[in-house]
Design a protein around this ligand. Sequence first.
Ligand SMILES: [Zn+2]
Length: 113
Amino acid sequence: MKRPQAPRHETVVFSSLNLATVHLVRSTLTREGIPSRIRRDHLGPLAGETPMDDARAELLVPDAFVAEATAVIDAARQADVSDRPCPACGEANPATFEICWQCGADLDEDADG
Ligand SMILES: [Zn+2]
């Protein structure tokens, strides 16, 4: 008999109301070779094509990778002194980020002003 994928122990290493931010963090982890997945506290099993409203998204990594993932995320947060302040909320974001860590606003827009 088949069983659904055995739930492994996973830990939330990052979460945000902004799904794009979570994807961004996830891609950072992926670059470092850390497996992760995104879980949304949303409508349940059929999430997939669901429009990303206000649902909180969580980034989970297997327990074995938690320390590493946390370090990567920390490093990304602190990367450089050249933080970019968010035009929308003022949060300082690492220069490697293209969107705001906090609110998901586009940090690259330098046209206005
Ligand atoms: Zn922001």
